[in-house]
Design a protein around this ligand. Sequence first.
Ligand code: GLY
Ligand code: MN
Ligand code: MN
Length: 481
Amino acid sequence: MSFDLGGNTHHVPAKLFVDNRRRLVAELQKLPPKAGTFVVLQGGVGRHRYNTDSEDLPFRQESYFFWAFGAHESDAFGVIDVATGKSVFFPPRLPPDFAIWEGKIRDEAWLKAKYEVDEVIFNDKYAINDYLTSHGAKNLYLLKAENTDSGNTLVPASFPKRDHFNPSIDTATLYPVIANLRVFKTDLELDVLRYAVKIACEAHKDVMKSIRPNMFEYQCESLFRHHSYYHGGCRHLAYTCVAATGCNSSILHYGHANAPNSKLIKDGDMCMYDMGPEYNCYASDVTCSFPANGKFTENQKLVYNAVLKANREVFKAAKPGVRWIDMHLLAEKVLLEGLKGAGILKGDVDAMVKARIGAVFLPHGLGHLMGLDVHDVGGFLGDAVPRPSEAGLSSLRTTRTLQERMCITIEPGCYFIDILLDRALADPKQKDFFIVERLNEFRGFGGIRIEDDIVVWEKGNENMSQNLPRTVEEIEEFMKH
Ligand code: GLY
Ligand code: MN
Ligand code: MN
């Protein structure tokens, strides 16, 4: 059963999550066996607006729990017996009045068929405790997940225990195993990601066709949201829309509450639209940059082509076995060559890379793993090296070598950010690379990012977001009114 929204929306089979649980059990069974070992995962907690019961926050499941159970119920738990692989879903026991306010209460058999778990038990106070004790649980693998990008910690599952139940608690084993499994997408997961990215591309194209100078940025965000949900069944977006135009397009994560895509779009503005829906919790992350009026100026063309070349060179070079840091450095090099060609920089390009000029124009990482989370987990597991300390490289969200079935964004950009330009011009190691008069022509230009969503394959990478006008000529042709 699992999930779709009818019509042309993608059907996500419950098997996707059955397979994930099997993969998890297979990995855990490779560890030295300990009798009575169970995984306990806690799903997301339903929340209302601050101190009210106003339901303005549509629930979105916690991603690790979703990866294993595919369930959309809030306040649920899941238990997996490591020895047998048997999985039990514990949704909350809902009060009878739930049926008045929220609708039909589904029974255990319906939920078991929907999620293809071995058993469903409503979570009365001691239900998890009693299930575990009656099945001889002695050792619990709980998930304690650190996110070094956000600094947040996902706290281990917590459920009421009877006094005499004191299993040993292991919060170290599960995280690296499950996070690393999340890095490598199964065929069924790739199908969902391809669908989410396809919807992202169609919604971006809708915006590119509809935009006109004198619209507001938020009207483009609105069109994108509408297209994603109305045509794609994507209720949630994977992150806050960046619908930046003009000088706002140099603000890397523009669009937040205090910069809410509120500017009037002007003729001649460059747009940098980084927007992506998620479908059944699987993310897309696509950025299109284009002139609001559909026609590039010569300066816009120069910068756009430098960024596009960086994107395309990385796409070709990003093969299995290649380290992501090296791809970032390749992107910098191509970009800096382009800026030298545009007369903004002078000198030896390798020396510029060494002097970290790349980070003046591209202060964020080249890209990141993606999946259930837009900035997906596992970037510093496996063969990752520690996060570099150099400018730009320190923003990388992974330092791993690429492997088949990784999904990663390729998102080089070039931004004219006054504070970074001023710092560089005041830095004796950097200032001599700039042709200041020419550089000053680009102050206030904004920025350009070209972001694609990639699956890494030995036979050559797959660009899930390839169905977009990307060259200057393609964009100008596509945007002709
Ligand atoms: N949309 C955020 C990012 O590109 O990483
Ligand atoms: Mn993005
Ligand atoms: Mn991204």
